[in-house]
Design a protein around this ligand. Structure first.
Ligand code: ATP
Ligand code: MG
Length: 265
């Protein structure tokens, strides 16, 4: 059964899509059957993996609004083991069209139930808002990863987002947990980055990922070539960091072997 992970933060441009695409690609390269669901009308995850987003039809819009089975929208990507459910600007209308719809907050959750047995992980790329699309993503998810841009930090924005997550958890999805925050676009030479790091570590405690994603131009270039960072430049600092991030993500899911526990005792 797939574990469903939302990559979310209502702040724009913090590295959600880069993190979602890179984590999904890394897990797939490690042999995990992975699906990436694009829940953003910008369709950046879709185009970033080489799909022509305008021509991607049917897509997640048809699933959410017309209840089309999600299987009909899934395409294999050029990364082995990685499937995609794409999005484009069609989805911009969904927020409004779903307002009066039945079970409008549970559309994605319902759609994913049939594909859950086929994957190890479903990674959802969320839009930069707290609207119905993000609510659908969080309602469908087990865990949330919150990317935080190393150079700009809004404690207020983060607290607001975490409060919204708590509301969704109590109203809709009691199993939802914040997996943790991950620092992105980090530049250790900048005093501000280091201040942000200190604050974020304080805020998340042991839920912060110890892997930090550096600012790396190759990460910014890769989507323009429709490639994951591992295809575009697997030796880059960005690729190394996201591979390490995926390893840390998987290690959190591996139970400590009994022998090791005995040693600790
Ligand atoms: P939005 O809120 O618009 O969906 P986002 O949170 O998904 O944005 P991204 O699209 O992943 O953010 O990143 C914003 C921009 O920064 C993109 O142009 C991306 O290529 C670039 N970028 C992301 N991570 C890095 C990084 N570590 N180093 C350099 N550039 C990066
Ligand atoms: Mg994005």
């Amino acid at each position: 059964m797939a574990e469903i992970i939302a990559v979310a933060n209502q702040k724009g441009g913090v590295g959600k899509t880069t993190t979602a695409v890179s984590l999904a690609s890394a897990l797939a390269l490690m042999g995990k059957k992975t699906m990436l669901v694009d829940m953003d009308p910008q369709g950046n995850a879709t185009s970033g993996l080489g799909f022509d987003k305008r021509g991607y039809s049917p897509n997640i819009y048809n699933v959410l609004v017309e209840l089309l089975p999600i299987e009909n929208t899934i395409k294999a990507s050029s990364v082995e083991n990685l499937s995609v459910c794409g999005a484009n600007n069609d989805l911009a209308g969904a927020e409004i069209e779903l307002v009066s719809a039945l079970a409008r907050e549970s559309r994605l959750k319902g759609a994913l139930s049939s594909v859950k047995p086929k994957f190890d992980f479903v990674i959802i790329d969320c839009p930069p808002s707290l609207g119905l699309l993000t609510v659908n993503a969080l309602n469908a998810s087990d865990r949330i990863i919150i990317p935080i841009q190393g150079e700009y930090y809004s404690m207020e924005g983060l607290a607001q987002f975490v409060a919204a997550v708590e509301k969704i958890k109590s109203a809709l999805n009691s199993r939802l947990e914040i997996e943790g925050g991950v620092l992105t676009m980090f530049d250790s030479r900048m005093t501000l980055s280091n201040q942000v790091k200190e604050e974020v570590v304080k805020y998340f405690g042991d839920r912060i990922f110890s892997t930090i994603i550096p600012r790396n131009i190759r990460l910014a270039e890769a989507p323009g070539f429709g490639q994951s960072i591992f295809q575009y430049d697997h030796k880059s600092k960005g690729a190394e960091a996201y591979l390490e991030f995926a390893r840390e993500f998987l290690a959190r899911r591996t139970p400590i072997p009994i022998r090791a526990q005995e040693n600790i005792a």
